[in-house]
Write a protein that binds this ligand. Structure first.
Ligand code: 3PG
Length: 395
């Protein structure tokens, strides 16, 4: 959008792909409006330039037209945030869309219906992409969260609509998740958690070539412990990933990365919010117990280490933070990151559950960057390129 700054956009129809895939509760109320708010700067900028905005997004994973996945419930919140009456279309292509777009005043906003109501969207069908493109004069993609999908509204459309440029949110996400990770202020630490090592192999391997310190937590650590011969009780272990865990440990050593695993564990007698719990050394989890969080000694050691860093990226919680009793480790990391951000450390929260944890702790505004993309940020951290980004003029 920066490159569009000099262009006269008044009266120009802009197709803006945003990721407005927000969670809706049973009453069709928006449960979390972060993605809508994150899209506002680009929308405001284009409105301010007098463009006619045609906003496209998916919501959920509908199979065909499904009222439950309509974007209509977003209209009041969008209108409120933008200070205009957002017009809603019943479709995302076709005559009605064309009419509504043409009738928009300069600075007006039209929200298209869910692009995934057409199977052609995910198939990246050229005819469908052409129809999407046909209503606008230029294309802006701000949908970072969907940039890992080569769909008609994120990739195909750019073949028929130019210029095609990145919005402010897309730019910011890339600045942090690519820029800050490629050229970090050092020491650079990554904290990787989450339940399974199998879903984080690519991220860990890729980060091992970049970081000075790798801190591991969450359910995946029990696979590392078992591989080292520790007693893990009933903890979650991926038996087929034991060798992999050892080779990641070796890889860290050979690259001179200091690898930190928790030294103590909060164990539970079953997987439940009200389970009995106690703290045990990481090397000696009793038979009938399972690890659900990192212990106080680990929190202390991790915190001391984080105090020495200049850049930190976090992906994946330290324990089962959905259960209050096992949220202390994840909460402590969130607080520590907020604390060091205030001291000038660059902190990047890379998508998914760790974002939810930071939000739950009320610390979202205290981090340098919180990603709006789960899958997309993971793929970037794995070192992959995103088709939705590659397709843009400014890629
Ligand atoms: C997300 O929520 O991660 C994005 O909106 C992409 O959605 P998808 O995984 O259904 O493609």
């Amino acid at each position: 959008v920066g490159t569009l700054g000099e262009k006269d956009l008044s009266g120009k129809k802009v197709l803006l792909r945003a990721d407005l895939n927000v969670p809706l509760d049973d009453g069709q109320r928006i449960a979390d409006d972060n993605r809508i708010r994150a899209s506002v700067p680009t929308i405001n900028f284009l409105m301010g330039k007098g463009a006619k905005l045609i906003l496209a997004s998916h919501l959920g994973r509908p199979k065909g037209v499904t009222p439950k996945y309509s974007l209509k419930p977003l209209v009041p919140r969008l209108s409120e945030l933008l200070g205009v009456d957002v017009v809603m279309a019943n479709d995302c292509i076709g005559e009605e869309v064309e009419k509504l777009a043409t009738a928009l005043p300069d600075g007006g906003v039209l929200l298209l219906e869910n692009v995934r109501f057409y199977k052609e969207e995910e198939k990246n069908d050229p005819e469908f992409a052409k129809k999407l493109a046909s209503v606008a004069d230029l294309y802006v993609n701000d949908a970072f969260g969907t940039a890992h999908r080569a769909h008609a509204s994120t990739e195909g459309v750019t073949k028929y609509l130019r210029p095609a440029v990145a919005g402010f949110l897309m730019q910011k996400e890339l600045d942090y998740l690519v820029g800050a990770v490629a050229n970090p202020k050092k020491p650079f630490a990554a904290i990787v958690g989450g339940s399974k090592v199998s879903t984080k192999i690519g991220v860990i391997e890729s980060l091992l070539s970049k970081v000075d310190i790798l801190i591991l937590g969450g359910g995946m650590i029990y696979t590392f412990y078992k591989a080292q011969g520790y007693a893990v009780g009933k903890s979650l272990v991926e038996e087929d990933k034991l060798e992999l865990a050892n080779s990641l440990t070796e890889m860290a050593k050979s690259k001179g990365v200091s690898l930190l695993l928790p030294t103590d564990i909060v164990v539970a007698d079953n997987f439940a919010a009200d389970a009995e719990s106690k703290i045990v050394p990481a090397s000696a989890i009793p038979d009938a117990w399972m690890g659900l969080d990192i212990g106080p000694d680990s929190i202390k050691k991790f915190s001391e280490t984080l105090d020495t860093t200049k850049t930190v990226i976090w992906n994946g919680p330290m324990g089962v933070f959905e259960f209050e009793k096992f949220a202390a480790g994840t909460d402590a990391i969130a607080k520590k990151l907020a604390d060091i951000t205030a001291k000038g450390v660059t902190t990047i929260i890379g998508g998914g559950d760790s974002v939810a944890a930071v939000e739950k702790a009320g610390l979202a505004s205290k981090m340098s960057h919180i990603s709006t993309g789960g899958g997309a940020s993971l793929e970037l951290l794995e070192g992959k390129t995103l088709p939705g980004v590659l397709a843009l003029d400014d890629a």
